[in-house]
Write a protein that binds this ligand. Structure first.
Ligand code: NAD
Ligand code: IPM
Ligand code: MN
Length: 352
């Protein structure tokens, strides 16, 4: 029996709806698959927790999480009540950084049964490897002066180590896929970081002569995601470029509510964290219509990470069949509720 201890942080907003829904699916997969069991321990760390305790997680929160095989997170953010920079630096980014989750992998692929906003999408299947620890998301900078003279400064930090490991991860992934890597850049010399990124990309690619490579300015690449997404395989991107590209990747699939993601600790020293691309969606919270697919697909990525590939494959197969049969939430053109989608997924899993 493979037993996994998973720390669960539903977080805020629809995180509290789609996380319990996904745990139900995971428990059902474990039951039907056999030889697999999850011990979930839930932590209420969130903006509610902050309003009660003055912090997003207890001081020993990181030590607590360190004992688990993986962290399964919903979303963080309740901007009406707690400023985003407080909630995000206090929980989401803190975990990514403390656990050296330096890579964020975010697939986007055409799914039958979901209307893509693209007119006639070819069968695209791409994956963005997002640098997840530095880049434009640095703590360097701040707001200075006051009034009319106020200035905001943001430093971007690109280390050779951080850049190289993200790019190399992309190449290794491409070796198991279609063998193509595209670098998201802005090398026209406007910013200092990107010619540096290009140099590292050009050095790393020499180690992978079998991989076809291209570099594309981020602005053009965003357009190509719309006009010809099927031409991409693996895209390596800096933290901010990857963030923006992956919401776009979600959009061309049909909804941000279905896009999965994994924050990977590549040296195996700390737990990796699995949380979807979307946020806490305050505009639909409590309505029972949050799409659980992003969180469930994210759970599938967690299964893959744990080596439970067959269980993950079953989950994805059933998830796709339920969508194709029209049992889906309103964001992807259906009329079903979160609960109805999850119940149908669990019912079908039990018939496998
Ligand atoms: P968002 O992803 O929460 O919402 C954007 C739009 O997509 C909204 O219209 C929302 O209703 C819709 N949407 C998102 N997920 C959906 C789902 N599962 N089903 C159906 N519709 C869905 O982004 P936002 O509005 O920019 O941010 C809201 C809050 O979430 C902010 O506090 C933000 O900082 C935070 N956020 C957190 C994470 C995270 O924890 N990983 C990611 C992104 C945003
Ligand atoms: C994401 C989110 C986060 C990010 C925010 C909430 C800090 O947008 O996971 O994509 O930019 O990394
Ligand atoms: Mn984002």
């Amino acid at each position: 029996m493979n037993i996994y201890d998973i720390a669960v942080i539903p977080g805020d907003g629809i995180g509290k709806e789609v996380v319990p829904a996904s745990l139900e699916v995971l428990n059902t997969v474990a039951e039907v698959h056999g030889g697999l069991k999850f011990n979930f321990t839930s932590y209420p760390w969130s903006c509610d927790y902050y309003l009660e305790h003055g912090k997003m997680m207890p001081d020993n929160g990181i030590q607590i999480l360190q004992n688990y095989t993986a962290v399964f997170l919903g979303a963080v953010g309740d901007p009406q009540r707690v400023p985003d920079h407080v909630s995000l630096w206090g929980l989401l980014i803190k975990i990514r950084r403390e656990f050296e989750q330096v890579i964020n992998i975010r697939p986007a692929k055409y799914i039958k049964g979901i209307q893509s906003p693209l007119h006639s999408p070819n069968d695209f299947d791409l994956i963005v490897v997002r640098e997840n620890s530095e880049g434009e998301y640095s703590e360097i900078g701040g707001r200075i002066h006051k009034g009319e003279d106020e200035v905001a400064i943001q430093g971007a930090v690109f280390t050779r180590k951080g850049t190289e490991r993200a790019i190399r991860y992309g190449f290794k992934l491409a070796e198991q896929r279609k063998g193509r890597v595209t670098s998201a850049t802005k090398s026209n010399g406007i910013v200092h970081s990107m010619p540096f990124w290009d140099d590292v990309f050009n050095e790393v690619r020499k180690d992978y002569p079998g991989i076809e490579t291209s570099s594309c300015h981020i602005d053009a690449l965003a357009a190509f995601f719309v006009t010809r997404p099927h031409t991409f395989d693996v895209i390596v991107a800096s933290n901010l470029f990857g963030d923006i590209l992956t919401d776009l990747g979600a959009a061309i699939m049909g909804s941000i509510g279905i896009a999965p993601a994994a924050n990977i600790n590549i040296n195996g020293k700390y737990p990796s964290m699995f949380e979807p691309v979307h946020g806490s969606a305050p505009d639909i919270v409590g309505k029972g219509i949050a799409n659980p697919i992003g969180q469930i697909w994210t759970a599938k990525m967690m299964l893959d990470h744990l080596g439970e590939v067959e269980a993950g494959r079953k989950m994805l197969e059933v998830m796709e069949s339920v969508i194709q049969d029209g049992i889906k939430t309103p964001d992807i053109g259906g009329t079903s509720s979160t609960t109805e989608v999850v119940q149908e997924i669990c019912r079908r899993l039990k018939t496998l």
